[in-house]
Write a protein that binds this ligand. Structure first.
Ligand code: PLP
Length: 374
């Protein structure tokens, strides 16, 4: 059997990792500033992560959600404290799309309404509801088409108000910072206005923090830079540092009923252990502060850079829009200097490194960039 070819692959096969370093099968060394698409939050193969997961797999890897699992309760308590939403409840699942799918369902159950407001350029995942709320017709099959989703431009409160006023909306879903689009931030004024409009029209405000969460921007969740609170927050990516896990954090004003949601694998023993190890490391190594610190270093180092048309983002969620003559720089960084970075189209280089990234590694990247663009 062949693989179903949905990805364009680089001809590189990493076989080992340690913190922000990767080795491929030829023994070549790479520096990872992409984090496998914002997933690696505490570095590859962190010793604490390896130890706790290895111990857990030797005890019990999985049992269904029909029995008690105190790892889930520990995770809910620890995550609530870490992010400041300790009065919320946690539903565990396996991926970002699944987290958003469940968030949209919860909002619809809660309000009894069907419509959802989403934003232009948004990406929320590839399952039915999540992909319908994603502003990219190319990845929506006819089966996903629905009249229930309405898109408006980011940061346009008047457009939000005009749509919500029509009625029938269960939720507004918004990324903490738009990632796949190329790193676009909602303004503080917009976030406060959005919160007020959701309250006025009785809509659930869903913050998709799947890429922007878990400390990446220098706060636990990106929307916390603006001092607003969401009714539902979705997380995944950095939550398990590569072990598949997603979470839906749900306001106490929304009540659960048996059977409302469900999953076979969500919240399994290994996934919870991975997520608990990630929280241990984030806390013990002050990684949210490190994300803010190294983020400031990058912003200063790239200020006024000759190759960059616009520098966007916060902390370690960075988008650098290249001037036309520098398109192709991402490949040069990879093949000539062995730095993995992310992208949004040909024009934007994205940095989404592990929150453990050192000052030295950050400097080596800046030096490589400056040499290639001089
Ligand atoms: C903001 C956002 N939401 C949802 C998703 C979907 O997550 P997953 O690929 O784990 O389903 C992504 C993935 O890139 C994302 O960036």
């Amino acid at each position: 059997m062949n693989l179903f070819e949905v990805y364009k692959l680089w001809n590189i096969e990493p076989v080992r990792g340690l913190d922000t370093t990767l080795w491929d099968k030829e023994g070549e060394v790479y520096t990872d500033l992409y984090g496998g698409h914002a997933v690696i939050s505490v570095g590859h193969c962190h010793p604490h992560y390896v130890k706790t997961l290895s111990e857990q797999i030797g005890k019990l890897g999985f049992y269904s959600n029909a029995v008690q699992n105190s790892l889930q309760k520990d995770l809910a308590t620890r995550l609530g404290k870490a992010c400041g939403y300790d009065d919320y409840s946690l539903f565990l699942c396996n991926s970002g799309a699944e987290a958003n799918e469940n968030a949209l369902k919860v909002a619809s159950f809660h309000t009894g309404k069907a419509k959802v407001l989403a934003f232009r350029k948004a990406f929320h995942g590839r399952t039915s509801g999540a992909v319908a709320a994603t502003d990219n017709p190319k990845i929506q099959a006819p089966f996903n088409a629905t009249q229930n989703i309405v898109f408006v431009p980011l940061n346009d409160l008047e457009a939000v108000d005009a749509e919500l006023a029509r009625g029938g909306f269960a939720a507004v879903i918004i990324e903490g910072i738009q990632g796949v689009a190329g790193i676009y931030e909602p303004t503080a004024e917009f976030m406060h206005g959005l919160r007020a409009l959701c309250d006025r029209y009785g809509c659930v405000l869903i913050l998709d923090e799947i890429q922007s969460g878990y400390g990446r921007t220098g706060k636990f969740f990106a929307h916390q830079h603006h001092g607003v609170r969401a009714d539902i927050i979705t997380t995944a990516k950095g939550m398990g540092n590569g072990f598949p896990i997603g979470g839906v954090l749900i306001s106490p004003s929304i009540k659960a009923t048996y059977g409302m949601l469900g999953t076979t694998f969500g919240g399994n023993h290994l996934a919870c252990t991975a997520a608990l190890a990630v929280l241990d490391i984030i806390e013990n190594e002050h990684l949210v502060d490190n994300a803010a610190k190294i983020g400031r270093f990058f912003a200063d180092a790239f200020a006024g850079d000759k190759a960059i048309k616009e520098y966007r983002g916060k902390g370690l969620m960075i988008g650098m829009e290249l001037k036309d003559e520098y398109v192709g720089l991402r490949d040069r960084l990879l093949f000539e200097r062995h730095f993995f970075t992310g992208a949004a189209g040909a024009q934007v280089i994205r940095l989404l490194p592990s929150l453990t990234i050192s000052q030295e590694t950050a400097e080596s990247f800046v030096n490589a960039w400056k040499e290639l663009t001089k």
